[in-house]
Design a protein around this ligand. Structure first.
Ligand SMILES: CC(C)(COP(=O)(O)OP(=O)(O)OC[C@H]1O[C@@H](n2cnc3c(N)ncnc32)[C@H](O)[C@@H]1OP(=O)(O)O)[C@@H](O)C(=O)NCCC(=O)NCCS
Length: 423
């Protein structure tokens, strides 16, 4: 493993934010507009912004930033509607002049240690490229359906839709942040990321002009049941036309609904804007009510991609912070290159909805019913992927017949996991 020699880890004070942003623009390929600066400041959890700074002139100009990352503290919903303390990792980028010198590896170590010190049992992220994070123990814990749905798609009727009302407004932090946070807090879908704590204005409300690409500003649809919000969605539209035929698009970002009727009311609106031919969304769970309510689900022209990547940093706390759906008593030998305290043999005893998780050996080669790497335990953690399917893929080894199924049935979630906003 490469060592990031000639660099030191630092926190970023406010007066160095522009240097931080320069590295981000180099890494993620793009020039931001000057007028968008405040949006990026608002989106960044500045108190947890970190960087690697050159401290050896063989590596560059001493004092310049070579790599950056940041994370926010939050809670994530786990199967059964419980919560686990989580760090949302984001903004990770290395200046192209400093790539392949182990800087990302050094930042991941820095991130893991600081999370562990703060008591965050899980790290979670959205990946720009799916291949990068597995080597650090992240597993693809949820998947999402990207869909392009034609205007006017019809749905199977659901009781109560006509009793609901809908408001359409420009998304505004001061007006809507608490409303969205309150709705988020009522969702029970695993992988839901609760509003980040301690990071000032919420990133989901940022709207840089440079990211609009001809779209209007982000809007919000709020479904109400006698004045009480029961669903919301961020959306924006773009006009388009060819030979006089209007064929605009609507893009739906995060959304959430508390009831079947609220979901249907929301999508009836989002799928029926005048001058809009198609509505695109990237945030549908594999079992989103919309996919069942649409009469022609195939017409939603969809594909499935990775959603949230999860990394267990404290196996015991993480596994005990979720619900289980079948009793079992299984031992798992776990390898973990980056978090040695996780490595060893763990006994998972489930009785009713709760698990008691105990380390029975520090030796990951000791005998156990199943053996796997931390990234596979992270993949199955939110119940979206079965232990048995990873065993069938040759990624988890079963040493005691039937135990992969035992743990699979205990851990599989009746509700598909999904994080509904992209951080
Ligand atoms: C991806 C990126 C963070 C890697 O940084 P880096 O400092 O060059 O990475 P390291 O030198 O620490 O390499 C870490 C390991 O990941 C591998 N790796 C690096 N970039 C990779 C990529 N794009 N795809 C697959 N593997 C990659 C390296 O080969 C290395 O493997 P090894 O440990 O087996 O040798 C950097 O190239 C970058 O900032 N890219 C643009 C922005 C981005 O993609 N950010 C991350 C996604 S959110």
């Amino acid at each position: 493993m490469k060592k990031a020699q000639g660099y030191q880890s630092i926190s970023i004070p406010d007066h160095r934010l522009d240097e931080f942003f320069q590295v981000v623009q180099w890494a993620f390929v793009g020039e931001w507009l000057k007028e968008d600066r405040q949006d990026y400041v608002d989106a960044l959890p500045t108190e947890r912004a970190r960087a690697l700074e050159v401290n050896d002139d063989l590596r560059g100009e001493v004092g310049e930033l070579a790599a950056v990352h940041a994370s926010f503290g939050t809670e994530m919903i786990t199967p059964g509607g419980r919560r686990v303390p989580t760090a949302g990792l984001s903004w990770l980028g290395v200046h192209p002049a400093h790539r392949r010198r182990g800087l990302m590896t050094a930042m991941m170590r820095d991130h893991f240690q600081r999370c562990i010190d703060r008591g965050e049992a899980v790290s979670a992220l959205y990946a720009m490229e799916a291949e990068i994070y597995s080597r650090f123990g992240y597993g693809m814990a949820s998947q999402t359906v990207k869909a392009s749905i034609p205007r006017g798609s019809t749905m199977w009727p659901v009781d109560g839709v006509d009793d609901l009302t809908i408001r359409l407004e420009r998304a505004d932090f001061d007006k809507h942040d608490q409303l969205v946070a309150d709705l988020q807090a009522k969702l029970t879908r695993p992988a839901t990321i609760i509003n980040p704590v301690g990071s000032g204005r919420n990133a989901r409300f940022t709207d840089p002009v440079g990211n609009r690409h001809g779209y209007e500003r982000w809007r919000i649809a709020i479904v109400e049941d006698r004045g009480e919000p029961v669903a919301y969605a961020f959306f924006r539209r773009k006009a388009d036309s060819e030979i006089g035929i209007h064929d605009g698009v609507c893009q739906v970002r995060e959304h959430g609904a508390l009831t079947p009727a609220a979901s249907q009311k929301l999508w009836q609106t989002l799928l029926d804007f005048d001058l809009v031919g198609t509505t695109h969304t990237e945030n549908l769970a594999l079992d989103d009510p919309l996919l069942h309510q649409l009469k022609d689900a195939r017409g939603a022209r969809s594909k499935v991609i990775d959603n949230l990547w999860v990394r267990l940093l404290d196996v015991k706390t993480a596994l005990e912070s979720r619900e289980y759906f079948h009793d079992c008593d299984v031992t798992v030998s776990l390898t973990d290159k980056h978090v040695p305290a996780n490595a060893g043999v763990w006994r998972i005893v489930v009785s009713g909805p709760d698990a008691t998780v105990t380390k029975v050996s520090d030796d990951p080669t000791a005998a156990a019913d199943l053996s796997m790497d931390a990234r596979h335990l992270s993949t199955i953690y939110l119940g979206g992927t079965s232990v048995e399917s990873l065993a069938a893929a040759g990624l988890i080894a079963e040493h005691t017949a039937g135990q992969a199924r035992e743990l699979a049935v205990a851990m599989l979630s009746p509700v598909a996991p999904l994080t509904n906003w992209d951080f």
